[in-house]
Ligand binder design. Structure first.
Ligand code: FAD
Length: 453
């Protein structure tokens, strides 16, 4: 019996698809154009389904590419070796919510907005917000973060325990419900950022935090990237628990003004958000304003009123759509590196300079409190333009590595960052390869991603 026929033996008809439209839907990820069709898409609905699929695939030597919301940006979900695209979006049930223990247990296909809708009424939230409607499994596999990481950390910081299926279909549990532990090797953390190459996460126990009583926001334009990033470093060094801290450049603000009909000053601008109680955030804002004046800020506009707060952050929220509108018909490519925060000004300045040299339109957005920044680069659909974008990307990554940074702050390695792993990890890469061989000896899980060779 063929492996395809064996799949049909233990799954319902509507869980297995070879329709052209479904295969194409699973052939590439967001912002990654090189598509490869899987031979079949399997929609798992339980841990048992995942275990059966891995047992079969391991026995038959068939590649398995896990995929959920498919919003990852570096080609993570392209089934490079064909085989099975294992769609996890139907693992979408919240299993247990224990507000007293500040934790929730959910299947891996549940999205993070669904978790927040569920727990908000109890005054709790899961503060990692990568923007797209990402799944918990995808966020764990990329160790996603977002605008609030400066205050709340990254996905791995919230994962207490996991249920994972490893080849050949063995179900293991890592971690516990305790909020801290020194027991055993930290396998939970190992699966965070593994990009589906070590196991398939089926169940997640997440730590939650209390919703802040109050929030306020500020918009602070500066005459240069240098001053803007120095301001951020000073705010953090002063111990102000800023909740979000984003930088966008004059080109992005110009695009927002053109798109929205607004007239924000076209300067390097820091967007801040503070969370806490009313007295605390008032004190935080006053201190931040004082630091801003010392750093030659051109203004400090702030508000605690929810509507005005939203208006202050409008330019940041609409930036990507405004940039898309300013570049009709063009492709976009998003870079992602992180450097020590003191090196951020030179990393940003050089990245923008390289784009100018290559004559590319680039829009800067930085999660500056973490030293993490992105350029959204727009380019024409031809080989020469793509080559220029790739040169810029390489230059930005190589510079980040020379500054003591990393090739990816939050988007992950996927396919596009493989070339930098040797330089970034050196001899540790061999240890990573051994871990991969131990957990997945036949190399069936998401082959061609995360680590080279
Ligand atoms: C507009 C936009 C904005 C974004 N902003 C951010 C941002 O601010 N911060 C950020 O970090 N990311 C951001 N991203 C990237 C993306 O949203 C994240 O990488 C997200 O974590 C991917 O989740 P997903 O469910 O879409 O995973 P997918 O794209 O489906 O998969 C991603 C990886 O996880 C693996 N995987 C998926 N589910 C499982 C599972 N259950 N077990 C094991 N492996 C699994 C896949 O094999 C793949 O390697 C953005 C993307 C877009 C399109």
């Amino acid at each position: 019996m063929s492996w395809m026929a064996k799949l049909h033996a233990f799954l319902r008809e509507d869980q297995v698809s070879t329709s052209r439209a479904v295969l194409e839907n699973h052939s590439r990820g967001e912002s990654y154009d090189e598509a490869v069709l899987p031979e079949v898409v399997v929609f798992a609905e339980s841990t048992e389904d995942v275990a059966h699929v891995l047992e079969l695939a391991d026995g038959e030597g068939v590649a398995v590419t896990p995929v959920a919301a498919n919003s990852s940006l570096e080609g993570h979900t392209v089934p490079l070796c064909g085989g099975i695209s294992l769609d996890l979006t139907r693992l979408d049930r919240i299993l247990e919510f224990r507000s007293d223990d500040l934790l929730i247990v959910a299947q891996a296909g549940v999205t993070y907005p669904k978790i927040n809708d569920y727990v908000r009424r109890n005054g709790l939230f899961f503060p990692v917000d990568p923007g797209a409607h990402a799944s918990l499994g995808g966020m764990i596999a990329t160790n996603a973060s977002g605008t609030a990481a400066v205050r709340y950390g990254v996905t791995a910081d919230y994962v207490l325990a996991l249920e994972v299926v490893i080849p050949p279909g063995t179900v293991i549990r890592t971690g516990s419900r305790a909020r801290k532990s020194s027991s055993g090797y930290n396998l939970t953390r190992m699966f965070c950022g593994a990009e589906g190459t070590l196991g398939v996460v089926t169940e997640v126990t997440l730590r939650l935090v209390g919703l802040p009583e109050a929030a306020s926001a500020a918009r602070v334009p500066f005459p240069s990237a240098e001053l803007a990033t120095r301001f951020v470093t000073s705010v953090i060094q002063a111990g102000i628990p800023v909740a979000r801290c984003e930088l966008i450049d004059p080109t992005s603000i110009r695009a927002v003004n053109a798109h929205q009909g607004t007239s924000y000053p076209e300067e390097m601008t820091i967007f801040l958000e503070f969370h806490g109680n009313y007295d605390g955030i008032r004190a935080d804002m006053l201190l931040a304003e004082e630091i801003a004046r010392d750093m030659s800020a051109l203004a400090f506009e702030a508000s605690s009123d929810p509507e005005q707060r939203a208006r202050l952050w409008e330019a940041r929220h609409n930036m990507f759509y405004a940039a898309v509108a300013a570049n009709p018909g063009k492709h976009s490519f998003v870079t992602d590196v992180a450097v020590p925060i003191s090196r951020l000004p030179e990393a940003v300045t050089r990245a923008l300079q390289v784009c100018r040299q290559e004559d590319l339109d680039a829009y800067l957005v930085g999660h500056v409190g973490d030293g993490n920044f992105h350029l959204a680069i727009f380019f024409d659909d031809d080989v020469e333009s793509l080559a220029r974008v790739m040169r810029v990307n390489s230059s930005i990554v190589e510079h980040a590595l020379t500054l003591g940074g990393t090739a990816t702050g939050e988007h992950g390695v996927g396919v596009r960052k493989l070339a930098y792993m040797e330089v970034e990890h050196g001899a540790s890469l061999e240890v990573m390869r051994r871990i991969k061989r131990l957990l997945d000896p036949k190399g069936i899980l998401n082959p061609g991603k995360k680590i080279p060779g």
